[in-house]
Structures are given as C-alpha cells and as structure tokens.
Ligand binder design. Structure first.
Ligand code: SF4
Ligand code: SF4
Length: 104
C-alpha cells in the first residue's frame, strides 16, 4: 500500500486560506500568482509536495471540499504532484505572532 498525501482541486479552491493553519508541516501555501485562466479572483492554495507527510490533518478543513486524499505508489522516487521536478512558487505565510494566522 502506498503513502497518503493530499491534493487540491484548483477549480474548487477559492483561496480562502482556511486550510493553511491546519497543516503542522507548512505544506499548504498560497500560490504566488493567480493563474490567468482561473475563475476565482484570489490565487489558490497549493500542496507543497516535499513538505506533505500525508497526516491528513487538513482534510476536513476545506469548506468547498477542494482537499482530497491521494495515494502515492509504494515505491516512488518523485511525487507526481511536482511539476517537472520543481515546487510551485508560493507566498510566505506568517503563521505565528499577533498578525499570523495562528494555529488551528
Ligand atoms: S480551505 Fe479549501 S478553498 Fe480554502 S484555500 Fe484551502 S483548499 Fe482552497
Ligand atoms: S496531509 Fe498533513 S502534511 Fe499534508 S498538507 Fe495536509 S496537514 Fe499538511
């Protein structure tokens, strides 16, 4: 059996950021720019595959059910979520302190 991870259905992601503080591994981050073909005005959140350990803590946090579990193959050298081996360019999120998102 393979390792669990999460993926985000971009079309269902409104960019509300509610899921971000639910990830203890900082694997959920906003995309740096909004793709031009996107119907939502706000950029989506993406899964940084190299950070995701598949704990599924975030899975119930999305109001639009954009987060879903995927299974990785038992033996894999690279996540299929990585595009051409590169991580997507994401924004930095201030998680702690008075102006941070706080913890779930
Ligand atoms: S909670 Fe859902 S809709 Fe909101 S940013 Fe996360 S994945 Fe997108
Ligand atoms: S499955 Fe766990 S590590 Fe992966 S994005 Fe969700 S909360 Fe973070």
């Amino acid at each position: 059996m393979g390792q669990s991870m999460v993926a985000i259905t971009e079309a269902h992601c409104t960019g509300c950021d509610l899921c971000i503080p639910h990830c203890p591994f900082e694997a959920l981050l906003p995309l740096a720019t909004n793709p031009p073909e996107r119907k939502h005005k706000k950029r989506p959140v993406v899964v940084v595959a190299s950070q995701c350990v598949g704990c599924l803590s975030c899975i119930g946090s999305c109001p639009t059910k954009a987060l879903h579990e995927i299974l990785m193959p038992p033996i894999s050298t690279q996540s299929p979520l990585l595009l051409n081996g590169k991580e997507p360019e994401t924004e930095t999120v201030l998680r702690w302190g008075k102006k941070g998102l706080g913890w779930a």
